[in-house]
Design a protein around this ligand. Structure first.
Ligand SMILES: [Zn+2]
Ligand SMILES: [Zn+2]
Length: 425
């Protein structure tokens, strides 16, 4: 730990201890007032007000919701990202801070991510001597396709920064622990809709028509099976159907049927080829049935591929925050997370924030999801220290303008494990 990180890190710890109650009430306020993707107007105003109160100058993102705001001065610049949207789910919890809006719930923990990043902004803004700038990005619309991250990248909000970090709640990890992983930590996720068309007919005479339900059945089983022999198994690509619709009567062959599913993949190169591959496999199988086929393929989010050096910085911060016994290897998730788009313009790393507080597991995207609120203070300390480590590590050869130098010429970060193969946390 450098003297600057040691001094400012300790000051952040003190700030968090003094303001933990405020952090928890912020999270509860956000939890009680969830808003959907690109409609986070009250959330944005609330954050704007909180940031202005401490003398910061937040700017709205071009999409109308979400904010960007900086603390510190000079170079380098590191980004901390939070997502601010909620889900169209009913909140099923009986707690004082339950959602006040019918059918809306912060069931993915974005209220926690937002509180953590706001907390870091408040903590660092209270200090002198931050060695560069920390840029806080409160991103809208993580839960939709294409997500708000694409807008953030396209709008130039990330320009000039050397790296970006984020956390995501992990209800399978106890509060007090932090999960890290080098390489892919979440999967790419695309959507595929397949429509089959045929003449229809009587189930007594399938030979005179195209048996559309049979054709759907072939697609359901044959496409995933063929896929498993067309793609390197290490790419972790899977096609799972989530909906199938066709027919009404027991004795009539329908004229139309539809399949809908998701394609998930952990390897970014394999993801690039996924659309063409999926289209050709569906065409191939459909051709054997005689049905006419139409494929609608929607590219979703890329995998979040954690950069080894960025993970090393997170690890240094995590070790200081919770100690080595509480830093765990995070498994790969087949879930999607649009933070992966940030990797188009800079190295990124996403950490898993343990939120499980005992009892039955409370999974994400369910109306029962809740957290052990002790995780919030840990998230603030983790990301604040990560930002400080990153500013120190990137300071050495960071020019006043222009792109960051190649990673290998930078000063090794504390706890740097970038020479290890991915996955060996
Ligand atoms: Zn989610
Ligand atoms: Zn999420």
């Amino acid at each position: 730990m450098t003297p600057v990180v040691e001094k400012l890190g300790a000051a952040v710890d003190d700030w968090v201890q003094a303001n933990n109650g405020q952090l928890i009430s912020t999270r509860r306020h956000l939890h009680a007032h969830p808003e959907l993707a690109f409609a986070e107007f009250e959330t944005t105003s609330y954050l704007e007000q909180r940031l202005r109160e401490i003398g910061l100058k937040p700017r709205r993102l071009p999409t109308g919701t979400g904010l960007v705001c900086e603390v510190g001065s000079g170079e380098p610049v590191v980004v901390l990202r939070a997502d601010i949207d909620a889900l169209p789910l009913a909140d099923l919890k009986d707690v004082p801070y339950a959602s006040t809006r019918e059918g809306l719930c912060h069931a993915c923990g974005h209220d926690v991510h937002t509180t953590v990043v706001l907390g870091v902004a408040m903590a660092l803004a209270s200090l002198d001597g931050v060695p560069g700038r920390v840029r806080f990005v409160f991103q809208p619309a993580e839960e939709t396709l294409p997500g708000g991250a694409t807008e953030v990248v396209a709008s130039g909000v990330l320009d000039g920064a050397t790296r970006a970090f984020a956390v995501h709640c992990d209800p399978s990890v106890p509060a007090g622990k932090i999960g890290l992983r080098t390489g892919a930590i979440t999967a790419a996720c695309d959507r595929i809709d397949v429509t089959l068309l045929g003449p229809g007919g009587h189930t007594a005479r399938p030979q005179l028509t195209v048996d559309l339900v049979d054709a759907l059945g072939r697609l359901i089983t044959d496409v995933p099976a063929l896929l498993s022999r067309q793609v390197d198994p290490r790419a972790g690509m899977s096609l799972v159907w989530g909906a199938v619709n066709a027919g009404i009567a027991a004795n009539a062959i329908p004229q139309r049927g539809q399949l809908r599913g998701t394609v998930r993949v952990l390897d970014r190169d394999a993801w690039k080829d996924a659309e063409n591959l999926m289209r050709s496999l569906v065409q191939r199988v459909a051709a054997t049935t005689g049905a006419e086929v139409d494929v609608d393929y929607v590219r979703g989010v890329p995998p979040v591929v954690n950069d080894p050096r960025a993970v090393a910085l997170l690890r240094a911060a995590a070790l200081e925050t919770v100690g080595s016994d509480h830093v765990v290897l995070s498994p790969q998730s087949m879930g999607g997370e649009d933070f992966g788009w940030f990797a188009d313009v800079m190295p990124i790393a996403l950490a898993r924030l343990g939120t499980h507080g005992g009892g039955a597991p409370l999974d994400l995207h369910r109306g029962t999801f809740d957290i052990d609120e002790r995780a919030i203070a840990i998230g603030v300390r983790l990301l604040a220290r990560t930002a400080l480590h990153a500013l120190e590590a990137d300071a050495v050869q960071s020019p006043a303008s222009g792109p960051p130098p190649p990673a290998r010429t930078r000063r090794p970060a504390p706890g740097d494990t970038s020479s290890r193969p991915p996955g060996e946390e």
